[in-house]
Structures are given as structure tokens and as C-alpha cells.
Design a protein around this ligand. Structure first.
Ligand code: CTP
Length: 396
């Protein structure tokens, strides 16, 4: 996806071992459509050669203040003029200290001081350096100055210690950069979502379930977080990574999903994407059901309808339902919207089975039906978020 098409990003690399991850980051930002200008500190060149970044970005790499190849000799100012963002990854403890105090004794710190574009930094250091009061003071200072801090993550460190201070992975940083540029249409809103299938136990080794990859719900959770909402995702069993900034609650059965949703309220917006099993075995067997009989009849009881229950609450959030249909999409989707008294239903015509990357989607609200142009799930999710935001702001 070309989420950074037309953007120019200055990628600053300072002298930490996480500089090796910045190579992948430069590649990913370029792959997302941006032009990437890499600026390294002298210390960073001890870890990775400038040539590596030059080969990855196809553009010259700047290290020194004293290069004479610029006519006006003003690299420390020119490089961020017209840039959409300056991202420093990794940002060492030393570099953050310099930022906090406004030092400008090399090209990268001068660029930070002379910039007229947003600055994002990805701290990377040993865990003791990170929790040191001096570092924490400096981080608070630069955050207060309007710098966006990405991470750090927790985990195993290059020094062998385990704790907070690792740089976020390149993929997560690229996603954070993409999110940074998304309009904050849901700023200040609390969004609660369900996603994935539920599993209803038949016996200790078997379940009844629905075919659902969870991809659409996860894409929507990501799109809501990108739009500035605080997002809680109640998820059935899926194999998907949690989108950045999203609080995820794992559940298995419909009853667990229902309880998790009710406990996670209040919310401003509830988006029910999960393919909840409509029925569950009335009495799951305590032991594995043995084969033998020619026929086996299952006794099923209805599961609670989570969306209908939330929509009927006296202080119900703005509720969005999903209708996956194999035919007569408009009739069925509109019928579900009316039956559950929902302001919005996302209708999905399922022709080639579930779980693919792309979807064909039509939105149904009181004003009528709104087909969305075909696209991948994240693009569709962002379009759904725009529609929700428009409806909510019209209502407010
Ligand atoms: N839903 C829910 N709890 C359930 C069942 C469905 O929250 N127990 C939500 C789904 O997440 C989705 C919408 O309700 O947003 C789907 O509506 P529904 O009428 O239940 O659809 P189907 O189960 O597909 O109905 P049918 O089998 O009649 O097509």
C-alpha cells in the first residue's frame, strides 16, 4: 500500500546498535511511497555504513555539517524544508538529552532545531539508561516540546539484559508514521470492537465455530486508533497481531465475548465485527464424544445477541453492525439495521468465501445505501471510519 505516497521523510539515525533496524525502516518507508533522506550522526556510521542507506533509499546520505556540495552550505536547514516529518530512529539517550537542551553541534541535532516539520523519535537504549531520572526528565521535556515519542518496547536487549528500552520494530515504526499522517477524526472517542469468530465447545476437543479470519475487525481497530480514538478490541481466537495502541481482550465463546463487551463499556462507538456463533451446545460433554452411533443429534441453545443487547442499552453507544450475506445484500442488511435499531450497518457481499484481503462493501444508514469503492481491508476500514465520524459529528 502506498500510504506515504507523495511524502518526504527525513530519517535521522543516531549511534546505537538499533541502527541496524533503521535499514529495514528506510526500506519500508520507501516501499510505502515516500522519498527518504537519511541523515546519520558520526556515531551511527560506526554501526552501519552510509552506503547501506544510500543503496536502500536511492538518495545520498548526509553525515557532516561541513559538506561543500550544497551551493549555500546550508544542509542543516535545507534538508527539512518541504519535508513532511523528521523521524529519528534510533534516538539514543545522548541524542534525546541534546534535543531536550536544544544543542546543535552536528548536522542531525541542527536539523532538529532548525526544522519546520513534525519531529518523531524512537528511543533505543539499555533499560537502566531508559529509567534513569535524567533520561526520563529529558523525554518529558521533549514530549512537552511537541515531539512524538514512539516506544520504546520491552524485551531482550543487545546487552543481554531484559527490560524497557528496545527500539520498536521497523514494521511498527513504519505503521506509526503512517498513523501519524491519518486525520484524527475520532480524537477523544472511546471505541469498542468485537472481531474474529467465537468457538462453542462441544466436548474437550471439539468446537462449533464460524469461518472468520478477524482481518476486517483488526483493520477497523487499527483505523480507529490511527484516527485518534482509544480502542478496545474484544477478539475471538485469531492469528493476527494486535494493532499498535489497541487494548486487546481475548475471549473464546460467545458468552465470554458478551461479558467482556459489557465489562468494557462505556464507549462512544461500538462496532460489532465478530462472527458470533448464533447457537452453542446446550450441555458440552465433559469427555470426548466417542463415535459409534449412525446419527448424532446436537442440542443447541441460542447465544445472546451482543450487538442487539448493547444497542438496546439506555445509554447505548453509536452502534455499527456487520452483515455478511451471500445474496440480496441490501434487503438483508437493511432488515438487520432496523431489527437491531442501528444507525449504521456495513454490508459485505461474500462471494469468494471469507478471509481474503479485499472486500466489496456497502454502507446502509437512514439516508440510504453507500457503496464503497473496492479496496484492501485497511482502505475500506478507513472509509468506514470516515463515514462513522461524519455521522457522529452531524449528530453532535
Ligand atoms: N452479532 C452479535 N452477537 C450475536 C450475533 C451477531 O453481536 N450473537 C453481531 C455481529 O457481530 C454483526 C451482526 O450482529 O455485527 C450480525 O447480525 P446477525 O443478524 O446476527 O447476523 P447473522 O448472525 O449473520 O444473521 P443471519 O444468520 O440471520 O444472517
Amino acid at each position: 500500500m502506498n500510504d506515504l505516497q507523495g511524502k518526504r521523510i527525513v530519517l535521522g539515525v543516531t549511534g546505537g546498535i538499533a541502527a541496524y533496524k533503521a535499514c529495514e525502516l528506510a526500506r519500508l518507508i520507501g516501499k510505502a511511497g515516500a522519498d527518504v533522506d537519511v541523515v546519520m550522526t558520526e556515531a551511527a556510521t560506526q554501526f552501519v555504513a552510509p552506503l547501506t542507506f544510500q543503496a536502500l533509499t536511492g538518495r545520498p546520505v548526509q553525515v557532516s555539517m561541513w559538506q561543500t556540495d550544497r551551493a549555500n552550505g546550508m544542509a542543516h536547514i535545507d534538508l527539512t524544508r518541504g519535508a513532511d516529518a523528521l523521524l529519528v530512529a534510533p534516538a539514543t539517550a545522548d541524542f534525546i538529552a541534546k534535543l531536550a537542551h536544544g544543542f546543535a553541534d552536528d548536522l542531525l541535532s541542527s536539523l532538529c532545531l532548525a526544522r519546520d516539520c513534525p519531529l518523531l523519535i524512537a528511543p533505543a537504549m539499555n533499560r537502566q539508561m531508559w529509567i534513569n531520572p535524567a533520561t526520563q526528565r529529558n523525554v518529558a521535556q521533549v514530549r512537552g516540546d511537541g515531539v512524538v515519542i514512539l516506544g520504546p518496547a520491552s524485551g531482550e536487549q543487545a546487552c543481554g539484559e531484559v527490560g524497557e528500552g528496545r527500539m520498536l520494530e521497523a514494521e511498527a515504526l513504519c505503521q506509526a508514521l503512517i498513523a501519524f499522517f491519518q486525520p484524527k477524526l475520532l480524537a477523544g472517542k472511546r471505541v469498542l470492537l468485537t472481531a474474529g469468530p467465537t468457538q462453542e465447545p462441544l466436548d474437550p476437543v471439539r468446537v462449533l465455530t464460524n469461518l472468520s479470519s478477524g482481518k476486517m475487525g483488526y483493520a477497523l481497530a487499527r483505523a480507529c486508533a490511527e484516527a485518534g480514538a482509544s480502542v478496545t478490541l474484544v477478539s475471538g481466537p485469531v492469528c493476527l497481531p494486535t494493532p499498535a495502541g489497541v487494548t486487546r481482550i481475548d475471549v473464546v465463546s460467545a458468552l465470554e465475548m458478551r461479558d467482556a463487551v459489557i465489562n468494557a463499556l462505556p464507549a462512544d462507538i461500538f462496532i460489532a465485527v465478530a462472527a458470533v456463533a448464533d447457537y452453542r451446545p446446550a450441555a458440552p460433554a465433559a469427555h470426548k464424544i466417542k463415535k459409534g452411533a449412525e446419527r448424532l443429534t446436537l442440542d443447541l441453545v441460542a447465544n445472546p445477541d451482543i450487538l442487539a443487547e448493547v444497542a438496546a442499552l439506555p445509554d447505548a453507544p453509536f452502534c455499527v453492525g456487520f452483515a455478511a450475506e451471500s445474496q440480496q445484500l441490501a434487503e438483508y442488511a437493511e432488515a438487520k439495521r432496523r431489527a437491531k435499531r442501528l444507525p449504521l450497518v456495513v454490508g459485505n457481499l461474500v462471494q469468494d468465501g471469507l478471509g481474503g484481503e479485499a472486500n466489496q462493501i456497502t454502507l446502509f444508514d437512514a439516508a440510504g445505501s453507500h457503496p464503497l469503492p473496492p479496496g484492501d481491508k485497511l482502505t475500506l476500514a478507513r472509509a468506514i471510519v470516515r463515514h462513522i465520524a461524519e455521522m457522529i459529528h452531524a449528530h453532535d
